[in-house]
Ligand binder design. Structure first.
Ligand SMILES: Cc1ncc(COP(=O)(O)O)c(C=O)c1O
Length: 388
């Protein structure tokens, strides 16, 4: 059975071009990029090429890109890096209640060390009101950390405005862009952003590799991974050369997709898909902002149904979706993101997240609509696809 994978916010399939480029770096080449001999120099060249490609995806300079083990490490690096940086006297960090656990948990660890962590609540669409940020900022604020897009509901934040506000308060601004990189154009050069996290496996690259953009001129951060002088002494440890080479190719492919307008095509397909679902499941609820949303994401509630049961039913029909984020669904806890949006517990428990990739056809998505009609629809056999 050909499976239909609609969980691209959890992870994406590795692109064939990425695998192709990585393979020789597992099979033939093994040099350590810190070594001065030919094997080492070859690896260094490929590392630098990949850095250029990832920088191009973000609109950064190559020297502003530090490779990490993924989005989680990039977020930890940014938060701990600023909080614990030499000479840091400011003690307040402002974030939102709907961040990924890789932001929330390092901040929770900082609280008992004397840091004052402010979690801004979102509105019912998942948007943060700039007025709330304004009132949380003061001259003790070291850092503002706000995600660009939420992985569960897709809501986008106004990082331009928030960055300007952080700057006025003399604070650094970190953006978790793990869900937006490759889905929406990013240009850190033009944005008031000091630090920005990305992850390779969300953009058809390998797992276990990511990057942190650190704007040139930012004072040296505390390094949570202290070791050798790799990554210009900002992050120790022999680099994951094959993974970084793959990440570079994935970044190249993402740049090409953005230039070709693929996100707009996915957005249109997603909207059509939602219209079809609404026809067969009339009571379906959409979470988050319809206006400010990732192009591929659809967070839905199926009142009166159980999300976990629907997920299993769909899985048995060859369709992969998730309930909330991979992380909170793994923990068995009701989604804290939906709770922060004010969604009631019963509706949270009826929720499913559909996150599209780049390759779907209407035909394929219609199979999902048919399955939803059987599993969650009012009549179970009402299916007359309307053209959109
Ligand atoms: C918004 C966001 N930030 C960070 C991460 C963590 O990235 P990684 O899986 O590369 O550690 C994720 C992963 O789901 C995410 O969605």
């Amino acid at each position: 059975m050909n499976r239909i994978y609609l969980d691209h916010n959890a992870t994406t399939p590795v692109a064939p071009e990425v695998l192709e480029a990585m393979w020789p770096w597992h099979r033939d080449h093994f040099g350590n990029p810190s070594s001065v001999h030919q094997e080492g120099r070859e690896a260094r060249v490929r590392l630098d090429e990949a850095r250029e490609k990832v920088a191009a995806l973000l609109g950064a300079r190559a020297g502003e890109v530090v490779f990490t083990s993924g989005g989680t490490e990039s977020n930890n690096f940014a938060l701990l890096g600023v909080a614990l940086m030499p000479g840091q006297t400011r003690r307040r960090i402002v974030t939102t209640a709907i961040e990924h656990p890789s932001v929330l948990n390092p901040l929770r660890q900082l609280a008992p060390l004397g840091f004052d962590i402010v979690f801004l609540p979102p509105d019912a669409d998942g948007r943060i009101d700039p007025a709330r940020l304004e009132s949380a900022l003061d001259d003790s604020t070291a850092l503002v950390s706000i995600q660009h897009a939420n992985s569960e509901v897709g809501t986008l934040q106004d990082i331009q405005t928030f960055g300007e506000m952080a700057r006025r308060a003399g604070a650094l601004f970190h953006v978790d862009a793990v869900q937006t990189a490759g889905k929406l154009a990013l240009d850190v050069e033009a944005l008031p952003v000091d630090l920005l996290s990305v992850s390779s496996h969300k953009i058809c690259g390998p797992k276990g590799v990511g990057a942190l953009f650190i704007r040139r001129g930012t004072a040296p951060l505390f390094s949570p991974i202290a070791g050798g002088s790799q990554e210009r002494k900002r992050r120790g440890g022999t680099e994951n050369v094959a993974g970084i080479v793959g990440f570079g190719v994935a970044a190249d492919l993402a740049v090409a997709r953005l230039a070709a307008g693929r996100p707009e095509e996915v957005r249109a397909l997603r909207d059509w898909f939602f219209a079809q679902i609404r026809e067969v499941v009339p009571g379906v609820v959409r979470f988050g902002s319809a206006e400010f949303c990732l192009p591929n994401t659809l967070g839905l509630g199926f009142p009166g149904r159980e999300g976990q049961g629907l997920l299993i039913g769909l899985d048995m029909e060859g369709i992969a979706v998730s309930t909330g984020s991979a992380c909170s669904s793994g923990s068995g806890q009701p989604s804290p993101v939906l709770a922060a949006l004010g969604v009631d517990l019963q509706t949270i428990e009826s929720s499913l997240r559909f996150s599209l990739g780049w390759q779907h056809s209407r035909e394929e998505l219609m199979k999902v609509v048919e399955a939803l009609s059987r599993l969650a629809g009012a009549t179970g056999d009402r299916l007359a696809p309307s053209s959109a």
